[in-house]
Structure formats: structure tokens, C-alpha cells
Design a protein around this ligand. Structure first.
Ligand code: BTN
Length: 262
């Protein structure tokens, strides 16, 4: 069972994770946080974390599998000081924070656009940012799911050729509470820095920069080269001499092992 006390004992943040709600089991921590927000009881930086998520939501309407008691499954409420058109930077910043927290655990993690966390081209984690805009006020629920202490047999069979956990990558179990406290600290530091360096930090950690990619967008498949992200957080794909700026969708590239994950 995840210990909120252990997270808070290791927390060096000012705001993120100062309020933590723990549910032994729930449907979706993103939905839980929106419910608290709708009731007016959620505070900026609040985290909801669970040991067992039964109906985890992934990007593009997919589901997210979390192995009970083994993964790290949490969401946080953010009030980013960014114009709505630059909100994509929030999930890119989360990706950078997660990768750097994993690297500290000696796991060589990378990012796949828009925000998959990969190790050896296999999927270790995902990020789902949901936002609401009311006048000038923007609220984001940022959900993060990471495979931490699973062995291959803990995943459903259909996922096994695409996934990896921290334990599988490093050979040793990791205290989920320490990882959570570290991610929150890194994300808060990036937010406090004004998000200005996110683009370069994200591209430094990208698994497929300048590589040939296939983009699955609203109008079907497009082949091109991935050129990075811009300061609004949009992906840049060069297609026949023109640059597409894309906000959502999926990418495949040559060594990618996660494409059949979908
Ligand atoms: C993806 O890769 O498709 C994104 C997966 C995001 C999963 C996390 S787990 C915590 C939070 N609660 C959810 O229902 N989804 C996110």
C-alpha cells in the first residue's frame, strides 16, 4: 500500500503534492480530481493517487492499464500561468520531469511525442492532460501512469511485447513514494522557471528527433520527419518541404516498439 506520509516526508515542493488524497482503489484519478474540483474542494497542486485504478483513461479515448499495488498512478491539479494556446507545454514539462526522475533511478528513459515515456523503445508510462478554460482561468488535471515494480507477467498478455517497468529496466524495485516526490519536485521547478526551457529540454530527451515518422492524424497517415516541438508545445513534422504543426495524434518511427500498443 502506498504511504502518503512517505511521499510527504520526501517532498521538497512549495505547492505540488502539499495536499494528497489517497484512494486504495478507484476508477480514474483524473476523474476523481475533476469531481473534487467540481465540488470546490480541490486546491492548486493537489494530488490524487491510488493503488488500484480500474478504468484508467489513456490518450485518444484509449484505456490505461495499471497493475494494482505495483504501478504509480496519480493525477494533479494545476493552474498554469500560460495562455490557452501554449497549454501543450504542461504535458511536455511533465514528460521532462518524469524522465529526469527516472534517470535519477538509473533508468535511461526517453520521450515519444506527444508524451509517452519509453525505455528501450518500450512503453514505461503515459501522461494525460485534461483542461478547462473559464474566462482567464485555466485548470489542468494532469494524470501520470508509470509502470514501476511490475514483472512482465503482471501485464495483460496483449501488452507484454510493448511494455517495460522501472524494475524490469533497472533490475531492482523502486519505492513509488520516492519517485512520486521526485517527479513533483522536478515539475514544480520547471513551472517556477516559467516553462521557457521546456522545448529544448523536451527535445533533448526525445527518442525520435530528426527521424522518419508516420503521423496518424485526423486526416489519416502522413509520412515525414520529426523536427521537434515549438514554444506552444505543438509537434513539428516536415512533410515534402512543408512543416505541419500538430497538437494531437500518434506517431510511429522505425525502432518504435509501442505502435501496436494501440
Ligand atoms: C497514455 O499514454 O495514453 C496516457 C495514460 C495516462 C494514464 C494516467 S494514470 C493516472 C491518470 N488517471 C487516468 O485515468 N489516466 C491517467
Amino acid at each position: 500500500m502506498l504511504s502518503v506520509k512517505l511521499v510527504q516526508d520526501n517532498l521538497i515542493t512549495r505547492c505540488l503534492g502539499r495536499e494528497i488524497t489517497y484512494y486504495p482503489a478507484t476508477d480514474s484519478t483524473n476523474d476523481d480530481l475533476w469531481s473534487l474540483f467540481d465540488r470546490g474542494t480541490a486546491v492548486n497542486g493537489q494530488v490524487v493517487v491510488t493503488d488500484e485504478q480500474r478504468r484508467g483513461k489513456g490518450r485518444q479515448g484509449r484505456s490505461w492499464f495499471s497493475a494494482p499495488g505495483l504501478g504509480l498512478t496519480f493525477s494533479m491539479l494545476l493552474r498554469p500561468q500560460l495562455p490557452a494556446e501554449r497549454l501543450g507545454l504542461v504535458s511536455l514539462a511533465a514528460g521532462v520531469a518524469v524522465v529526469d526522475a527516472l534517470v535519477k533511478q538509473e533508468v535511461a528513459a526517453q520521450l515519444k511525442w506527444p508524451n509517452d515515456v519509453l525505455v528501450n523503445q518500450l512503453k514505461l508510462g503515459g501522461i494525460l492532460a485534461e483542461s478547462r478554460v473559464a474566462g482567464e482561468e485555466i485548470t489542468v488535471v494532469l494524470g501520470i501512469g508509470l509502470n514501476v515494480n511490475e514483472q512482465l507477467g503482471d501485464f495483460p498478455e496483449e501488452l507484454r511485447s510493448h511494455v517495460i517497468s522501472v524494475q524490469m529496466a533497472s533490475g531492482h524495485p523502486v519505492q513509488r513514494e520516492i519517485l512520486l516526490a521526485e517527479i513533483l519536485a522536478r515539475l514544480e521547478a520547471l513551472q517556477d522557471g516559467g516553462m521557457n526551457d521546456i522545448v529544448l529540454l523536451w527535445m533533448d530527451r526525445c527518442a525520435h528527433l530528426e527521424q522518419a515518422v508516420t503521423y496518424h492524424g485526423p486526416d489519416g497517415l502522413v509520412a515525414g520527419y520529426f523536427r521537434g516541438v515549438n514554444d506552444a508545445g505543438l509537434g513539428l513534422i516536415e512533410v515534402g518541404g512543408e512543416t505541419l504543426m500538430v497538437a494531437a495524434g500518434d506517431l510511429d518511427y522505425e525502432s518504435d516498439q509501442t505502435s501496436t500498443y494501440r
